[in-house]
Ligand binder design. Structure first.
Ligand SMILES: [Zn+2]
Length: 412
């Protein structure tokens, strides 16, 4: 829809005023899409006496992009207010809001801060575009160990079952959830989500914002969703028995169900379901994979210094966790330390990587689940079957120079 932009005010003045926007939803999406593609930092939509001008700020320059009539502008303004969750009937006071936008195709999450200012007879819109790192929405870039990534991709091939993500607060679960969804082409499947709230609008995915305050919760949402002929269902969180039961039923009727549970480890997730009074045989039949994850500080790649740990109190501790997952003993492993350079001194807080534990739930765990075993017993068996725990993953990532052993020991 947008092909040209100009810096030249005279060219802009000669431009026709657009009066034929038949699809304001598509127009809005295209406008944001265009701004992001040319790396504009702000979109200014400015009403004047005869028309409304739309221009982008790119570096220091303003680029004129479009000129629309005031009738078209009322539609655009209403659309922006809906997207940013602002009051449509408010015209006389400034309003601030946020739009969660995701780029068509790449799903790059974009935060757009919207500011509305009343000016004579109208409201002026300025939108600040804040980009995030699109590469993060890719399973291959989430720093899974190869052995874990293979387990996940194998499970996704079957296109049914239930996959749960165990998450303590602030563990970056939405990145993992959406990366898993992105593994599927939404044009080949009916992908439907129940979210609270919907943070980013993703093209071709049917996203529903549940509203527990009006009785539309995850459970009632799930009941409706299964009647919508879905292939893949993502439920933001399982908090109660009813939602858990419905999610399991959906998985057992040939849907792929993705969800999250607030627990600290993969094995604790199974115990949590047992404690919700879910029939153990249902858990064993529906649940296929549990991914548990946390975030850990990443070591600065510019200033990191190799060193070996001499203190037996620490090496013994590391060895007890590693338990021969890698052949070396802790005293022989090269770990890394921060040396603080301007790069990390200013920006270290941005740097986090995921550490994971991926538990495949197969018939070898059936007896334990049917006997309602504790999380410890399940974890013990899972380790025998080759599961790498979060601690082990963190130690491996310390030994490969991605994080530090100090950060890893903080997890205990
Ligand atoms: Zn540094």
């Amino acid at each position: 829809m947008f092909e040209q932009k100009t810096k030249d005010k005279q060219v802009f003045e000669k431009m026709d005023t657009r009066n034929d926007i038949w699809d304001i939803v598509a127009y809005t999406t295209d406008l944001i899409d265009f701004a992001v593609n040319v790396w504009a930092s702000d979109i200014h939509i400015e009403p004047s006496k005869n028309f409304v001008s739309i221009r982008f700020r790119e570096s220091w320059d303003f680029m004129y992009v479009d000129k629309i009539s005031q009738d078209e502008y009322s539609k655009l303004l209403a659309r922006m207010k809906i997207l940013a969750n602002l009051r449509i009937d408010e015209k006389y006071r400034p309003q601030d809001g946020k739009i969660g936008f995701s780029m068509p195709g790449t799903w790059e999450p974009i935060d757009i801060r919207v500011s509305l200012l009343p000016i004579i007879d109208w409201e002026k819109i300025v939108m600040r575009i804040l980009r995030q790192d699109a590469s993060l929405l890719n399973m291959d870039k989430l720093e899974f160990l190869d052995v874990n990534l293979i387990k996940i991709k194998e499970t996704l091939k079957s296109k049914y079952w239930m996959i749960l993500i165990a998450w303590p607060t602030g563990s970056g679960k939405s990145t993992t959830l959406f990366s898993t969804l992105k593994h599927f082409n939404p044009l080949d499947y009916n992908i439907s989500t129940l979210e609270d709230p919907v943070e980013y609008n993703i093209q071709y995915i049917n996203q529903t914002h549940v509203r527990p305050d009006i009785g539309f919760d995850f459970a009632s949402g799930l009941r409706t969703l299964v009647r919508q002929d879905p292939d893949i269902i993502m439920v933001w969180e399982i908090r109660d028995k009813e939602t858990a039961t419905l999610a399991i039923e959906a998985a057992l009727t040939w849907h792929l169900v993705l969800s999250t549970i607030h627990t600290n480890s993969a094995s604790a997730t199974i115990q949590r379901l047992i404690n919700m009074w879910i029939e153990p045989f249902l858990i064993a039949s529906a649940l296929k994979l549990v991914i548990s994850q946390r975030l850990i500080k990443k070591v600065c790649q510019k200033c990191k210094k190799p060193y070996k740990i001499k203190e037996p109190s620490i090496t013994n501790k590391i060895d007890s966790y590693l338990n021969w997952v890698i052949p070396e003993k802790a005293e022989d492993i090269t770990f890394f330390k921060w040396d603080w350079c301007p790069e990390c001194g200013n920006t270290w807080y941005k740097w986090r990587i995921g550490i994971h534990e991926v538990l495949t739930v197969d018939e070898r765990l059936d007896t334990l689940i049917l006997n309602k075993s504790s999380a410890n017993e399940i974890e013990k068996k899972a380790k025998e079957l080759g599961m790498i725990t979060i601690m082990q993953d963190a130690i491996i990532k310390s030994a490969t120079g991605k994080t530090t052993i100090e950060e890893t020991l903080k997890l205990i």
